[in-house]
Design a protein around this ligand. Sequence first.
Ligand code: SF4
Ligand code: SF4
Length: 399
Amino acid sequence: MSSNSVKTSDRTVSQVAEELYLKCIRCGKCLSVCPVYRETRIETMSPRGKVALYRAIGEADLEISEIYANKFYTCLMCEACREVCPSGVELDVILSRSRADLAHSGLLPLLLQQLSTVIVNAGNISDEDNVQRLGWTENMASRPVGLDYSGQVEMTYFVGCVSSLFPASYRIPQSLVGILEKAGVNYALLGGEERCCGYPLLLNGESERALEMARHNVEAVRATGAPQVVMSCPSCYHMWTHTYPEMLGDDALAGIDILHETEMLAELARAGRLRFKPWPATVTYHDSCDLGRKSGIFEAPREVLRAIPELELVEMADHHGHSLCCGGGGNLETYNRELAQALPARRLRQAQDAGASTIVVSCQQCKRTLAGAARREKMRIRVTDLAEVVAEQLEEPHA
Ligand code: SF4
Ligand code: SF4
């Protein structure tokens, strides 16, 4: 199929490509921040290279191919390139439309096809029976109250696939439910009724499949009757706040307030419902791409950390909107594990250079990739999630 004939919403590929290509002044700023380009030094893997490739395909009536697919799936979808572009080239549009065109043309790489099949059939990213989502509750001192919720529920906790199913991440939901219980929040857990939020499917370019996940999850949260839903995963949060309304319409989410754990913890701290023990440590905070750059949440986690007595918060060289991806984005880990694993060491070195002994994240995927790199590289730095920090530093149940 000619790529020129591919329709992308209301404009053809060639129209979109031409508009965006003409905006590019070839300054090279995007190359300097692109983790993939910095690692590979391959021009056609760079953001600017992708812009040129997208245009060439649209203009010259070339067949899209596996080689073309390789360029676009070798990307973290971190949007660092869009953030620095002085000409306003919407690189995120090019990246997501290219993947959609590829998936619709039967050029989704095999490993990503397999991931897609697993998510659709199992409801989660690791091909487990979906009831195993409650594995993280099994070694807790007491059964989470949210499993037996009743009455007027204040909040549903949407746990996410990684925290639910990867034992190294279990402490994140364990910590969060502990905090909710100490703060006296009446909350609900969905267990096997929760499914993958659909983000990996969207990253593949399969929005129709992601839509099915969205419909199911919104219904499951509505069934609890809770007016709020909190999530510790920035990708789930981004899906619920940005993509679900686009897919389902604003009305589908009317009456549901969506919070990330960092916002909820900041609110509880502000309201005096969390009291902290001193923590005399030098700590830095890693902005995940989906929570920071893509969702605009930067201050809530820093506000919580600053509320801990004796903690010194330092910033890394790249922070806030210019944060460096941990390597865990864009389904790259599934598509090219070796490349994805080569990326997080740079971030850890930035934390060490800032003088931090601990790097705090608010994303289970970032925790997994950064902690894995620290082990592989034998770097002496602790990686922990904000929910774990809060649970450890809580002085006493709220008054
Ligand atoms: S930063 Fe923007 S204008 Fe500069 S080369 Fe990259 S895409 Fe082109
Ligand atoms: S989204 Fe990230 S990895 Fe992909 S081209 Fe842009 S900077 Fe590079």
